[in-house]
Write a protein that binds this ligand. Structure first.
Ligand code: SAM
Length: 272
């Protein structure tokens, strides 16, 4: 099952970064295309913060989030109830085999999901089936290998090298952002428009959030177990964790993560 190999798992330090996400900071490229009353399927919806934002924008249109992990589905259900949003539902589901008819959603969206899949082209073909020829497929993924930062702390270079190797050893492609266009074309999607946007972390609050999250993640989450499995030792993980805290405390600290985005129409003939 794909979830068992999801690089990060769902440790609290991982969810901290997912729960920070909003439609504005993670799906700005899609927002001009969201009209009230339209339907949207969010694949790999995680704790649902972006999904619930979409539902508020699309109300009364129906929104559904699906994720391979029942634990995060439960969190997303609780979030929707807490925010009083009732045009959204969440369920366990598989990106490769969505329980939805051909051309049944106006928008099929996935954020930071394709990078974790072994067969991203198959998943995009499935998204295209559910969006249909008149529906939109909207996907955004980071490109870890393009991450840049300052100050040039050696521990952060060590983190990036280890991160990329851990991710590829689990499943998926950490430099997914630059590949989305080629994957969409290979999946037979039409009218593929590819854009890019960035996350920048630089304010004291950003640095405390992002640096603190990674300082915990490298020593505590499923990432740490996977790093040890490919030869990292506790000394290296502690060194990287200390590096993230040093970066977070540094007043000159700045970090940029590039993201690729695609907007495309589904395939003419649905499932091939
Ligand atoms: C990085 S998280 C992104 C969550 C959310 N889209 C966001 O950006 O906040 C990736 C999510 O994809 C889910 N996932 C991984 N493989 C999946 C699959 N084959 N089908 C559905 N969900 C999957 C994971 O369980 C995880 O919650």
């Amino acid at each position: 099952m794909t979830t068992a190999r999801y690089t990060h798992g769902h440790h609290e330090s991982v969810l901290r970064s997912h729960e920070w996400r909003t439609a504005e900071n993670s799906a700005a490229y899609l927002l001009p295309h969201l009209e009230a009353g339209r339907s949207l399927l969010d694949v790999g919806s995680g704790p649902g913060t972006i999904t619930v934002d979409f539902a508020q924008r699309l109300a009364p249109g129906p929104v559904r989030g699906v994720d391979a992990s029942s634990d995060v589905v439960a969190k997303a259900v609780a979030l929707a109830a807490e925010r009083g949003v009732d045009n959204v539902e969440f369920a366990v589901g598989d990106a490769y085999a969505l329980e939805a008819a051909d051309a049944s959603f106006d928008v099929v969206h996935a954020h930071q999901v394709l990078q974790h899949l072994e067969r991203p082209v198959d998943a995009l073909r499935e998204f295209g089936r559910v969006a249909g020829p008149d529906g939109l497929v909207a996907v955004r993924d980071v490109d870890y290998e393009g991450t840049i930062w300052y100050p040039l702390l050696p521990a952060l270079a060590e983190w990036l090298d280890l991160y990329v190797r851990v991710h590829r050893s689990s499943s998926g492609e950490p430099a997914a952002g630059r590949r989305l266009k080629s994957w969409a074309r290979a999946a037979g999607l039409r009218d593929v428009a590819s854009t890019a946007s960035v996350w920048v972390f630089e304010s004291p609050e950003d640095r405390a959030f992002w640096g603190g999250m990674w300082a915990d993640r490298v020593v505590q989450s499923a990432f740490a177990d996977r790093a040890r499995a490919i030869g990292a030792d506790d000394g290296q993980l502690e060194r990287i964790s200390d590096g993230w805290r040093e970066w977070a405390d540094h007043p000159d600290g700045w970090l940029l993560m590039p993201h690729g985005e695609i907007l495309a129409r589904g395939a003419d003939s649905g499932r091939r």
